[in-house]
Ligand binder design. Structure first.
Ligand SMILES: [Zn+2]
Length: 136
């Protein structure tokens, strides 16, 4: 189900908790909401639809995939950049890494490990940062 995008900084500044299998519907809602906003959005964290759980969805070209409880295990190639966010106005400076490795659960809650580079890596880093309540 497509949800409204949360833009309240007081909500977005709260930390997100690990997701459980009870949150499977949140994953579906997040996928639907990203698809509905695909023209202006490349990734989304669950708190952007009002759920403080560690779930993100990432668009990679025509594909959209969810990552549940993602943790960055390796990072290299530090660079400075600027990013915008559907929940915020304007762009903000931030530090990112060109290559990352991530442990996460897939939509069926099976453990996965992936390597990502460039723009996809940047999206994942942005969305994971939402868990900490930092606004980028
Ligand atoms: Zn964002």
């Amino acid at each position: 189900m497509v949800k409204d995008i949360v833009r309240d900084p007081m909500f977005l500044k709260q930390k997100s908790e690990p997701a459980t299998e009870d949150d499977k519907q949140v994953v579906v809602d997040l996928l639907d909401t990203l698809k509905a906003n695909r023209d202006r959005c490349v990734g989304m964290a669950a708190n952007m639809i009002g759920v403080k759980k560690q779930i993100i969805v990432v668009a990679m070209g025509p594909f959209i995939f969810p990552m549940i409880n993602p943790v960055i295990t390796k990072k290299s190639g530090k660079f400075e950049t600027e990013e915008g966010c559907l929940s915020l106005d304007g762009v903000r400076p931030c530090t990112r890494y060109k290559e990352i490795e991530v442990d996460y659960l897939d939509q069926n809650f099976k453990p996965k490990h992936g390597k990502y580079t460039d723009f996809t890596a940047q999206i994942i880093q942005h969305e994971i940062q939402h868990f900490s309540g930092e606004l980028i």
